[in-house]
Design a protein around this ligand. Structure first.
Ligand SMILES: *Cc1c(COP(=O)(O)O)cnc(C)c1O
Length: 435
């Protein structure tokens, strides 16, 4: 019995790995290689990657330029980890970020290297905002996702009923995101009035934290006007505006930052996921210079000097000056949106509709039960894909920004088939979207 089980290729995961593992449960392939939007498992099967490690692989797997920079850095015995000691690789990253991103956008930010994961950047942002303002409360939005450590979970929307109070809800004010039950600017103004009324019962917030496009929360896109209103409101209340651009940043929405169209200048921006360009962990805060109030060592951490990530990040940032790369991203985005629109029209926009923006997009189903089935059918057709949203109501399409047009078309064709097959098994498209 044991022998039969132990000869299964995934036995070691079941035997040894914690039950907390997640994505691998629906996609159990044992992966070995990746090249741009394609990955291979150990049996040689080829998959199309519409997951891109939740947006940590915007430049695909093993981008040739990034890979060659990493290989030559390793070959030269380059420093790999360095706390925050000066290294030539870190200097090159800082310079590349200033020259390729900040200067062309007319932005001036100090860069703080936080711990390596996204949630480390969010924690640092919350801590800094409280320090700068001397206030306690943070305003955060419905359906937000900011990470899995205590502070980040507290400002996230999702509550895991199974866990015994995993968050610190004290000190968080929840506001409805744009479009939440029709919410708009009026709800923000009501909140501001309550804060400004000495007996309104709301503390002055240290910060307002938001995603300009909610990645895990269902690909909800805030309009430029609403974002500008939030920015004005934060300024009026003396709160810092924190934009969590961990998933929507680094080009996912079509521009490097997700908030560019709104023309706002957040006080703090969190970047992570695709910043290194290769999936190597690297997170930063961009801090408006007047708010850089840290004392030396006040927010320390061992892994703030991932030099291999600095090397690939600097090379990845160069691509934002490359017209061929930029027009490729625009073309892929148009292809995806043509497909989304056509698919929604085919099944009826009252039942299936496009969500998101740029290459951070997908299809929302009124019949929430269909999305898991669509993802399962995709996996059978060798497409890696996931859902998003409070009810997993959105099938989320996140290919690398660099995906080849024919691979993208092939992936969308398979997704087409997967939807048709899911509907054959369960033809009910569900109730209609509210008007
Ligand atoms: C993924 C994500 C985080 C958390 O990043 P981790 O590296 O998983 O800690 C925070 N905010 C947003 C918007 C994210 O998508």
């Amino acid at each position: 019995m044991l022998d039969a089980r132990s000869s299964r290729p995934d036995f070691e995961f079941e035997r040894s790995e914690s039950g907390v593992r997640y994505y691998c449960r629906n996609m159990p392939a044992i992966l070995t290689r990746g090249l741009n939007a394609r990955v291979w498992d150990e049996s040689g099967h080829e998959y199309i990657d519409f997951l891109s490690a939740c947006g940590a692989l915007n430049y695909g797997h093993n981008h040739p330029i990034l890979k060659s920079r990493i290989m030559s850095y390793l070959a030269s015995d380059g420093i790999l980890t360095s706390l925050d000691l000066h290294t030539a690789a870190k200097r090159a990253f800082l310079k590349a970020f200033r020259e390729a991103i900040l200067t062309p956008h007319g932005l001036d930010y100090r860069i703080q290297f936080t711990g390596p994961t996204g949630t480390n950047a969010v924690e640092a942002a919350l801590k800094l905002a409280r320090k700068v303002t001397g206030r306690r409360t943070v305003a955060a939005f419905t359906n937000a996702f900011h990470g899995m450590t205590l502070g980040s979970m507290s400002v996230s929307g999702k509550r895991n009923d199974a866990a015994p109070e995993p968050v610190l809800p004290d000190g968080v004010t929840r506001l409805p995101y744009e479009g939440y039950l029709g919410a708009g600017i009026a709800e923000l103004d009501r909140y501001a009035a309550m804060v400004e009324d000495p007996s309104g019962g709301e503390e002055r917030p240290a910060a307002i934290i938001l995603e300009a496009v909610q990645g895990e929360g269902g690909l909800n896109v805030a309009s430029p006007g609403w974002l500008r209103h939030v920015a004005r409101l934060a300024a009026r209340l003396g709160a810092l505006l924190i934009v969590d651009d961990i998933q929507a940043g680094c080009g996912r929405t079509g521009s490097f930052f997700s908030f560019e169209k709104a023309g706002i200048r957040p006080d703090i921006v969190c970047l992570s996921k695709s910043l290194s360009g290769t999936g190597l962990p690297l997170s930063v805060l961009l801090i408006a210079p007047q708010h850089d109030k840290w004392q030396p060592g006040e927010h320390n951490g061992t892994f703030r000097g991932n030099n291999l990530a600095f090397v690939s990040a600097a090379a990845a940032l160069e691509m934002w000056k490359d017209e061929e790369f930029l027009s490729g991203v625009r073309a892929s985005s148009r292809r995806v949106w043509d497909w989304l629109t056509a698919t929604s029209e085919r099944y009826g926009p009252n039942h299936i509709r496009p969500k998101g923006v740029g290459l951070m997009s997908g299809l929302e189903f009124t019949n929430h039960g269909l999305t898991q089935r669509v993802c399962r059918e995709c996996y059978r057709r060798k497409v890696l894909i996931e859902t998003s949203g409070a009810h997993d109501e959105v099938v989320k399409i996140m290919p690398p920004l660099t995906i080849e047009p024919d691979v993208l078309d092939e992936g969308l064709d398979r997704l087409d088939d997967a939807i048709a097959s899911a509907l054959r098994q369960s033809p009910d498209l569900g109730k209609r979207f509210a008007a």
